[in-house]
Design a binder for this molecule. Structure first.
Ligand SMILES: C[S@@+](CC[C@H](N)C(=O)[O-])C[C@H]1O[C@@H](n2cnc3c(N)ncnc32)[C@H](O)[C@@H]1O
Length: 281
C-alpha cells in the first residue's frame, strides 16, 4: 500500500481533522475510520506544522463543512435522490458513516483509491471511479452504472480549489448536463480574492502538508457572486458562511478576520441542456 502524493495526500489532512472531531464529546459527526487512514499513511507532521495547521488551515473548517455536507446529503436522499457522486472523494467515508444504500460513486485518482481500499474493508455501496476531473470523467462514470435520468446528490468537498477556474467551469457544465431537476449539489467554495490573501510561504523541504505547501496546490478562487454563478448553470444555490453554520451547530468560528471558505447547497431547477444536434429546438 502506498500513501498518495501531492494533491492526493491532502485527503490525509482531512482525515486527521475528522479523527480529531470524532474524539470530541460534542462532536458534529463521528468518523470511526478517519484515524485508520492517518495511521496507515505514515504522515508525521512536525509539532510546528501540526500547530499551524490547526490554527490556520483550520481543522474546525473541515468539521463544519463535513457536518454541513452530511446534512445536505441526508436531506437529498430523504427527498428522493437515488445516487450519490463524490467528486474528489478522497478518504470520505460517508457511504459507510451514513449507511447509504444507493450507489455512492467515488471519483478520485487511482492512487487515492488504492490507499483507501487498503485501509477500508467494510462492505458498502461505494463504487470506485478512477478519473481525473480535468478530463472526460462523465463517460467513466456512466460506464460504471451512473444514470443521468435519475436524481443525483453531488458532493464536491474541498476539491474545486485544486482546479483552475476554467476547469471548475467545465466541471459544473458537465455536472449540470448530467443532472435532472431535483438533483442536489453540495460543495465548498473559496471566496473571490482568497488566494491573493494567502501569506503562508511554501516549505519545499518541510512537511508536505504544512499549510504553505497545501496552499501552494490551490489553483483558483470561487466566483464573486456564487449564487448568481450557480443560477447561470440552472441551479438555485443557498450560500452559507462557516461562522453562521458554526453558530447553528453550537461552535465558535470567527466570521472576521477569517471569511475563509463558503458552504453551498444547490438544487437543479432547469432541465439538463440537450446535446447540440444541429436541429432547431
Ligand atoms: C482535500 S482532499 C478532499 C477529499 C474529500 N472530498 C474529503 O473532503 O474528504 C482533495 C481530493 O481531491 C482529489 N482531487 C484533486 N484534484 C483532482 C482531479 N483533478 N481529479 C480527481 N480528483 C482530484 C485529491 O486526490 C484528493 O483526494
Amino acid at each position: 500500500m502506498t500513501t498518495p502524493n501531492g494533491v492526493g495526500l491532502t485527503s490525509v489532512l482531512v482525515a486527521e481533522a475528522r479523527a480529531r472531531e470524532s474524539r470530541r464529546a460534542d462532536r458534529l459527526f463521528e468518523d470511526p475510520f478517519a484515524q485508520r487512514f492517518v495511521d496507515a499513511s505514515g504522515w508525521q507532521p512536525s509539532a510546528e506544522s501540526r500547530r499551524t495547521t490547526a490554527d490556520r488551515y483550520g481543522f474546525t473548517w473541515v468539521s463544519l463543512r463535513t457536518r454541513f455536507l452530511d446534512d445536505v446529503l441526508r436531506e437529498a436522499l430523504d427527498d428522493g435522490c437515488t445516487q450519490v457522486v463524490l467528486l474528489g472523494a478522497g478518504l470520505d467515508t460517508r457511504a459507510l458513516r451514513l449507511g447509504i444504500e444507493v450507489p455512492v460513486f467515488e471519483l478520485d485518482t487511482a492512487e487515492v483509491h488504492a490507499f483507501k481500499r487498503s485501509v477500508l474493508h467494510e462492505p458498502s455501496s461505494r463504487v470506485e471511479v478512477v478519473a481525473d476531473l480535468r478530463e472526460d470523467w462523465p463517460d467513466t462514470l456512466r460506464a460504471l452504472g451512473f444514470r443521468a435520468d435519475r436524481r443525483t446528490a453531488w458532493i464536491a468537498e474541498g476539491v474545486l480549489l485544486y482546479l483552475s477556474a476554467a476547469e471548475v467551469e467545465a466541471v459544473l457544465t458537465q455536472v449540470s448536463a448530467l443532472s435532472v431537476p431535483g438533483s442536489v449539489f453540495g460543495t465548498t467554495l473559496t471566496p473571490a480574492g482568497y488566494l491573493d490573501r494567502i501569506e503562508t510561504p511554501a516549505e519545499p523541504d518541510g512537511d508536505p502538508l504544512a499549510p504553505g505547501n497545501v496552499a501552494a496546490m490551490w489553483r483558483s478562487d470561487g466566483p464573486a457572486d456564487p449564487a448568481g454563478w450557480f443560477a447561470g448553470f440552472g441551479w438555485r444555490a443557498t450560500v452559507f458562511r462557516p461562522g453562521e453554520r458554526a453558530r447553528a451547530y453550537g461552535r465558535d468560528f470567527p466570521d472576521n478576520p477569517n471569511p475563509n471558505r463558503l458552504l453551498v447547497s444547490a438544487v437543479r431547477e432547469t432541465p439538463a441542456p440537450r446535446p447540440d444536434t444541429g436541429t432547431p429546438r
